[in-house]
Design a protein around this ligand. Structure first.
Ligand SMILES: Nc1ncnc2c1ncn2[C@@H]1O[C@H](COP(=O)(O)OP(=O)(O)OP(=O)(O)O)[C@@H](O)[C@H]1O
Ligand SMILES: [Mg+2]
Length: 118
């Protein structure tokens, strides 16, 4: 079974909706960070909390989740649906194939480290 990391970078204001939507399809483990980023929309202005950012770095959230049983396509579909507004700055999703994972408490490796074995 493959283990895959899905990294979603999007608006901070969408965190609750995104978390809820992922929870609804059984995604439990996740890491969330506050980050600064910029994308491809050069020359366009992004608005964050009423402030305009015309150069470079805009505050975003990054949610990382590693899945093995839940289909990645499903994660992508649900995440997009939760955060898309259709405006510039909706974000990006990156998908990584993982080579391994370790559950430190038990020494479980690979899919066993990710699955809910109780
Ligand atoms: N090529 C990239 N590499 C790493 N991070 C990126 C890349 N593109 C976007 N990001 C991250 O994703 C965040 C959101 O990107 P953003 O939605 O602005 O992408 P975009 O390509 O400019 O699309 P849009 O036209 O919808 O704004 C960025 O702030 C940045 O943190
Ligand atoms: Mg952009």
């Amino acid at each position: 079974m493959k283990i895959t990391k899905v990294e979603i970078i999007t608006r901070a204001s969408k965190l609750e909706e995104l978390k809820q939507a992922l929870n609804d399809i059984g995604v439990l483990g996740m890491t969330v960070s506050q980050v600064f980023g910029c994308g491809l929309s050069k020359g366009h202005t992004e608005v964050y909390r009423g402030k305009e950012y015309d150069i470079n770095l805009v505050p975003k959230i990054k949610l990382e989740t590693v899945v093995c049983e839940i289909p990645v396509e499903r994660v992508l579909e649900v995440a997009q649906k939760a955060v898309r507004t259709g405006n510039i700055g909706d974000g990006k999703i990156f998908v990584y194939e993982l080579t391994d994972a370790v559950r430190i408490r038990t020494g479980d490796r690979g899919p066993e480290a990710i699955m809910d074995t109780k």
